[in-house]
Write a protein of this length. Sequence first.
Length: 367
Amino acid sequence: MAQVSVKNITKIFPGNVVAVQDVSLGVENKEFVVLVGPSGCGKSTTLRMIAGLEKATSGEIWIGNKMVNDVPAKDRDIAMVFQNYALYPHMTAYENLSFALRLRKFPKAEIESRVNDAAEILGIKKLLNRRPRELSGGQRQRVAVGRAIVRKPQVFLFDEPLSNLDAKMRVQMRTELNKLHTRLQSTMIYVTHDQTEAMTMGNRIVVMKDGIIQQVADPITLYDKPVNKFVAGFIGSPPMNFINGKIIKQGDKFFFKEDGFKVKIVEDMYALISKYEGKAVVFGIRPEDIHDKLFVSSASPDNTIKAVVEIVEPMGAEIFLYINAGKSSFIARVGGHNKHEVNQDLDVVFDTSKAHFFDKDSEVIII
């Protein structure tokens, strides 16, 4: 296995379309790194440049101790798993798994050993004589992953490999890929637009937007300490609530105020937030940090507001409440035991110790 390092890589397509802009990233040996972001953010283009399927306009790409900018894809010692599986329809699963090895004229005994080992790891030994049309989507994806495993590459690259699977199969395959990484102790780079996949799979997550890296961090840091409004809103389901308002001071207390309500800011934040007194900011709070007053033993009046329930989404163990207060709407995640109805008046409590504040213009985090 090997480290991967990209240094100031840029990709400009014809028509001066900038897909990736000055991206630098280091992936450690045996690390599982996930690139995540909305469609068109440059994550797949970055992966394809590492693979050698796209040529970087500028910058350097290193695999191990070798710069590979001018090395053909077939000689980079990487294996890539695609969204559409890319299996040969006329070949059996065994023939698909062994194809790259046969091209390289590996001994028959070694081919058989590698294929059987991969099939054992992925639980597809009984499927080796079937053709792709005789396999389910999840089984085809296992074959595609197995084809990468048999090559024993330095680096595994995954380009949205689960996006064609149904929801249940995606959850199962996420688990399988995590187990695979633990078992193989491989360097893996994984691209997805699904932030749930990113949070559950990556040792570190790279959040991208408009071809630029916004933040690189482990999942918990990314969730708790986003560097800007985009990362805060992209990571988390349901997403973080954002409310435009301003910081005001009453006596010796600071508050966030919007036309429909105001909430007290915790004292630990005063040193930073005082610089924004009288200024417009964006208040951010996650759905799980908004509570029904009935279930809060010591609710402060300063952090309690009156609201109206607009939509109730039962999710089993929890309920998503879409709430309106004044000119603002937001989502609260409450326990499944809570009984709420549409148009119900509700007192909600904001846990402002978990609040985030963003500069209105730059959208960079203040706190």
